[in-house]
Design a protein around this ligand. Structure first.
Ligand SMILES: Cc1cc2nc3c(=O)[nH]c(=O)nc-3n(C[C@H](O)[C@H](O)[C@H](O)COP(=O)(O)OP(=O)(O)OC[C@H]3O[C@@H](n4cnc5c(N)ncnc54)[C@H](O)[C@@H]3O)c2cc1C
Ligand code: FES
Length: 271
């Protein structure tokens, strides 16, 4: 439960409200080993502690990387961090994307908005182990073109043809030549064997529900789809109950769940 001290080494503004920080441990100058999909509790001293997905490359743990959208007290404080500042880190916590089970299969990665951050470590892993997977698609949707994350990196991956990338925005000026519409509208563009595929999905809950439904229409079972959930957290280790969702604790049983275990609960108001 005691946070370890991490030094802010580098800060990059991604969009008008989203920032990426690279951290190194004060104790040993290193980052942190983690599995793609896991999260940390990030503590800004004097402000508070919030869960944040780890968004770096799991194969390169020399830097601990978090991308944060500023929505409230703590995330705004993370967005204002400068090189040389020190934060507290607890973790890594939680479950990981099922990248071993995906071996030998097609993969469909579907991200909405900041939901690309928890999926980026999975994309790094797939890229580094490309021969282990068949067709790989990344479908990514943002509110506007200015809200899309990691654009330069996505352009590089697109030019390398490591995997097929399709992007869409909800609203666009006339100068935008790409797709306009919700991210589920990109699903008909994939060509995978639905019975030999795995889908990794992260974004707003409504987006994950509709994406799971469209992937099922495509021929996939919910057992082949994984989603990552967010809830308010305090302890992050299954003690306090803040993140309880039905019979599950998101911090301990998630945040990555197989869709058949959790998606049916997403529409229930009383949860
Ligand atoms: C496992 C896990 C991983 C996460 N990973 C990331 C990540 O990688 N990057 C990231 O930016 N966030 C991530 N989050 C969400 C992040 O923890 C919250 O945005 C943060 O806790 C908000 O705290 P705050 O003090 O900044 O805002 P608060 O003061 O708690 O909230 C301020 C206002 O913002 C609203 N709000 C809170 N969270 C959100 C949200 N996510 N979207 C829109 N409005 C919101 C609240 O309803 C409230 O009105 C993750 C959450 C979980 C559970
Ligand atoms: S945050 Fe305490 S039980 Fe999950």
């Amino acid at each position: 439960m005691v946070p370890a001290l991490f030094l802010v080494d580098h800060v990059r503004r991604e969009t008008r409200d989203t920032t990426t920080v690279e951290l190194v441990s004060v104790a040993n100058g290193q980052g942190m080993r983690f599995a793609a999909g896991q999260f940390n509790m990030v503590y800004v001293f004097g402000v508070g502690e919030v869960p944040m997905s780890i968004t770096g490359d799991p194969g390169r743990p020399e830097r601990l990387i978090h991308t944060t959208r500023s929505v409230g007290a703590v995330s705004v404080a993370i967005g204002k961090l400068k090189p040389g500042d020190v934060v507290g880190i607890r973790g890594p916590f939680g479950t990981a994307w099922p990248l071993q089970e995906a071996g030998g299969k097609d993969i469909v990665v579907v991200a909405g908005g900041i939901g690309l951050a928890p999926l980026r470590p999975a994309l790094y892993h797939i890229r580094a182990n490309r021969e282990k997977y068949r067709n790989v698609f990344l479908l990514y949707g943002g509110r506007t073109a200015g809200d899309l994350l990691y654009v330069k990196e996505l352009e590089r991956w697109w030019s390398e043809s490591v995997f097929r990338i399709e992007m869409t925005v909800d609203r666009a000026p006339a100068s935008w030549h790409g797709t306009v519409g919700v991210v589920t509208s990109l699903i008909p563009r994939i060509s995978v064997d639905p019975k030999q595929s795995v889908a990794l999905v992260c974004g707003p809950e409504i987006m994950m529900r509709f994406t799971a439904r469209e992937l099922e229409r495509y021929g996939m079972e919910q057992t082949q789809i994984s989603v990552s959930l967010e809830r308010n957290m305090k302890c992050a280790v299954g003690f306090c109950g803040h993140c309880q969702f039905g019979a599950k604790f998101i911090c301990r049983d998630g945040p990555v769940f197989r869709a058949d275990k959790i998606v049916p609960l997403l529409g229930m108001r009383e949860l």
